[in-house]
Design a protein around this ligand. Structure first.
Ligand SMILES: NC(=O)c1ccc[n+]([C@@H]2O[C@H](COP(=O)([O-])OP(=O)(O)OC[C@H]3O[C@@H](n4cnc5c(N)ncnc54)[C@H](OP(=O)(O)O)[C@@H]3O)[C@@H](O)[C@H]2O)c1
Length: 332
């Protein structure tokens, strides 16, 4: 498939909405808490893109990229340059998983060379520019928001991707994990690269077992979506017990506490506070990130040159010298 037939549709959710992206997307779909990205072909998208770009009344927006711009956007997305925590690595895992889920379908065949090229070039850009960015990950920011090395009993709610990312940063604590499905919590522990230095207990799934630990824990990290019913009981337990111990409640399932049962409670932080902390340490990262963005653009330009050669789409044949010549020609 020619590069010019590559289409990427970026559905960005509204800050305060749960999920506003259209259902039933065709192609390879990457779902994150901020957006849904549809990787597809010109033939598949057909007339469906006629109304794009589009922004709705809640602020959710949809934009379409084609050809080299689509590839460049995918590189920025996969290297974490489009993420709220710029440079984070979870998004790369989410893209690889979305592609694994999709690649066995017939519709996947035209996309395969470009996706393979994307996965390879993402690794190259990450290792050259992004790995040295320092510690703006969900785990490291969690640890800083908890005031350094957590101590005492820590309750981690959830066993999904976010909880797994944060788990290594809770090392050494008396850790209690509560998940709706305890088997997933055991699987998360089994997959964790390093052994937890303290003790770990996976709790029974019921609310009673969870609330018992809310009454004992010093720090609590919520990595599950907001739950109107349970959050009332959780907030009450925080107000009556845990807050007095001087710990911190970190709710990463919501952008802010406004409109939730936790609004106004002491020592509560949400994604908004985490993003503010990230911003305050962002300065020194800017230069490296600019170089990573330039690398995404250059690689998309090289993809365009390779594609212009005809049958070699998806594999890399031109080098940086060709890019320099091409850019000099464009400058003329
Ligand atoms: N991944 C990120 O980079 C990221 C970044 C910022 C914020 N977040 C937010 O963090 C939360 C978790 O995200 P994730 O990426 O870890 O998702 P995930 O991998 O899909 O895992 C979802 C987690 O939430 C639990 N869960 C989902 N619906 C639930 C419900 N109705 N009742 C009780 N538990 C429920 C799941 O329990 P089961 O295992 O039992 O299904 C699992 O532990 C979401 O609110 C997400 O928006 C994620």
């Amino acid at each position: 498939m020619a590069l010019s037939d590559l289409i990427v549709v970026n559905h960005r959710k509204a800050a305060k909405a749960d999920a506003l992206a259209p259902a039933g997307l065709d192609g390879c779909v990457v779902r994150t808490c901020l957006r849904e990205v549809q990787v597809t072909t010109r033939a598949q998208i057909n007339g469906a893109a006629a109304h794009l770009p589009h922004t709705d009344a809640n602020g959710a927006s949809t934009e379409l990229y084609q050809g080299a711009e689509a590839y460049s956007f995918l590189l920025r997305l996969a290297t974490g340059l489009e993420s709220e925590i710029v440079g984070e690595t979870e998004i790369f895992g989410q893209i690889k998983q979305a592609w694994r889920d999709f690649e066995t379908q017939d519709d996947a065949r035209p996309l395969r060379p470009w996706m393979q090229r994307l996965l390879q070039e993402t690794k190259e850009i990450r290792s050259e520019y992004v790995v040295g960015l320092g510690s703006a990950t969900y785990g490291s920011l969690t640890r800083r928001l908890l005031g350094g090395r957590p101590e005492g009993i820590t309750l981690l709610l959830g066993a999904g991707q976010l909880a797994a990312t944060i788990l290594p940063y809770l090392d050494g604590t008396d850790l209690r994990i509560h998940n709706r499905n305890p088997a997933r919590a055991f699987a998360m522990l089994a997959e964790a690269r390093q052994r937890h230095g303290g003790s770990v207990t996976v709790l029974d799934p019921g609310l009673d077992a969870e609330l018992a630990v809310w009454r004992e824990a010093r720090d609590i990290i919520i990595c599950v979506p907001a739950d109107a019913e349970r959050d009332v009981a959780r907030a009450q337990a925080w107000r009556d017990h845990a807050a007095a111990r001087g710990g911190r409640l970190l709710h990463l399932g919501v952008r802010g506490s406004e409109g939730t049962a936790f609004n106004g409670l002491p020592n509560v932080a949400t994604l908004d506070e985490m993003f503010s902390l990230r911003d305050s340490q962002a300065g020194q990262r800017t230069a490296l990130l600019n170089r990573a963005r330039k690398a995404c653009l250059d690689k998309a330009q090289l993809a365009r040159l390779d594609d212009a050669d005809g049958s070699r789409s998806g594999s890399s044949h031109h080098g940086w010298e060709d890019l320099a010549v091409f850019q000099a020609q464009v400058a003329w």
